[in-house]
Ligand binder design. Structure first.
Ligand code: PLP
Length: 445
């Protein structure tokens, strides 16, 4: 490590609290620049951003239209009270309504990120229905603030326990490790729905305000629901007057090959929470899209939600720049092309590496589930435990080969910028294949 990079790393260790880390063990390259599919560290090393940061930089790094939109807005107006109206917020909300799945249109309440969006969605669902309970999956992530953290169905919620009252978890479908002992997709879907039906019965569905779901579960393993599952959850919600909220913080903005996952998956919720891709993560922004019929509830009664930065001018200007870039370059659809490349490339890796238990995904959103043994499906790193030495080794080796990817336990998330070229992706997968081969042959494991 060069002396400048070393000095910066020492400054970081001394003054920064790194998220989700034992501070003494926090480490990583010192990133100073990004361009297209690549990040660059202070020593000029290049990293292919195979997970678009945290599945967020959908437009790749340094997209000119967005950078210019931010610069122009910064020169014109950096802040005004959110009680005032302003041009970019109105335009972005119109653009989002046009990109959303509702023919009736939608209105947006803007936040600063995904967790806040879920907090506000919970509050709105409670205000609209007058009910209190909210259901969410085990094996889900909805953010780390109090309410969103309570919705979260995995270990990252434990630090915030007991959390907010009224949240009930249930199991969603996950055929590879079926909580229902199912043997095929249809069985998994049926059993998962029967389970949800029972949970609703025992919670009293008339007390349930909303079911909040990631339409494709993201950081908990890229779990694509079986055909028909979401539509039947929609039916259950209709039957009981429960609002369906899709958390599209990861799946929105072209990740699944459409503006929103709801469109690709053909099931329409009542609200969509979003963040990340809305500005390609260039500026923090999130929000709740509420279908018009529900948003109109607040025409006559107050909306008890608000933040200093709701609809921050720089953020919504970045969002507007991003929306134009997505549309001008046809990037909402491009994930369907990337999906073909990924199926082909990852199926080849699966043939070569016994460490790959399952490849799954949709659009430009794939997970590689890594196992010690394909027969027993023993995970290469246990859930709810620190990362195994193998996964740590894999991450380090990949970085050494110029590839960054986001891991959650034994699942590697492959979710590149939607602008990635086939050649860049192939190079990344070749490095991955080689690293997996070496890990399999590594005598020290
Ligand atoms: N919801 C989902 C599905 C996410 O993946 C995340 C973050 O990764 C969040 C919510 C939280 O978003 P934020 O980190 O912007 O608060």
């Amino acid at each position: 490590m060069g002396s400048w990079m070393k000095e910066l790393a020492e400054l970081h260790a001394k003054h920064v609290l790194t998220p989700w880390s034992v501070q003494k063990r926090a480490s990583g390259p010192m990133i100073v620049r990004g361009e297209g599919s690549f990040l660059y560290d202070s020593e000029g090393n290049r990293y292919l951003d195979l997970s678009a940061g945290l599945v967020a930089v959908n437009l790749g790094h340094g997209k000119e239209q967005v950078v210019q939109a931010i610069q122009q807005q910064a020169a014109r107006l950096c802040y005004a009270s959110p009680a005032f109206f302003h041009d970019q917020r109105a335009l972005l909300a119109q653009g989002l309504s046009q990109s959303a799945p509702w023919p009736e249109g939608a209105r947006t309440f803007f936040t600063t990120g995904g967790a806040e969006a879920n907090e506000d969605a919970i509050k709105m669902a409670r205000m609209i229905t007058g009910r209190q309970k909210v259901l969410a999956f085990y094996r889900s992530f909805h953010g780390s603030t109090s309410g969103a953290g309570t919705l979260t169905g995995e270990f990252r919620r434990f630090a915030g326990e007991p959390g907010i009252p009224g949240v009930v978890h249930f199991w969603g479908p996950y055929l590879y490790r079926s909580p229902f002992f199912s043997e095929n997709e249809a069985e998994e879907s049926d059993r998962a729905l029967r389970h949800l039906d029972l949970v609703l019965l025992h919670e009293d569905p008339t007390r349930v305000a909303a079911i909040v779901l990631e339409p494709v579960v993201g950081s908990n393993g890229v779990l694509v629901p079986p055909k028909g599952y979401l539509a039947r959850v929609r039916e259950l919600c209709n039957r009981h007057g429960i609002l369906l909220v899709f958390d599209e913080v990861m799946t929105g903005f072209g990740r699944l090959g459409a503006s929103f996952g709801a469109i690709r998956l053909g099931t329409t919720p009542d609200m969509i929470t979003f963040a990340k891709g809305v500005t390609s993560a260039y500026v923090p922004l999130g929000g709740v899209l509420v279908r018009e019929g529900l948003a109109a509830t607040f025409d006559a009664k107050p909306l008890w939600c608000g933040h200093t930065y709701s609809g921050h001018p720089l953020a919504v200007a970045a969002g507007m720049g991003a929306l134009i870039a997505y549309r001008d370059e046809g990037l909402f659809d491009r994930a369907r092309l990337i999906e073909e490349w990924l199926w082909r490339g990852l199926r080849n890796l699966e043939k070569e590496s016994p460490l790959i238990g399952e490849v799954r995904g949709l659009g430009a959103f794939f997970g590689l589930e890594l196992v010690r043994d394909r027969e027993t499906r023993e995970p290469l790193s246990l859930w709810h435990k620190p990362l195994s030495p193998e996964i740590l080794w894999l991450q380090q080796q990949l970085l050494g080969r110029g590839v960054y990817a986001f891991f959650k336990h034994n699942v590697m998330l492959i979710a590149p910028p939607l602008t990635i070229t086939e050649e860049e992706l192939q190079d990344g997968l070749e490095q991955l294949g080689e690293t997996l081969r070496r890990l399999w042959e590594e005598p020290s494991f």
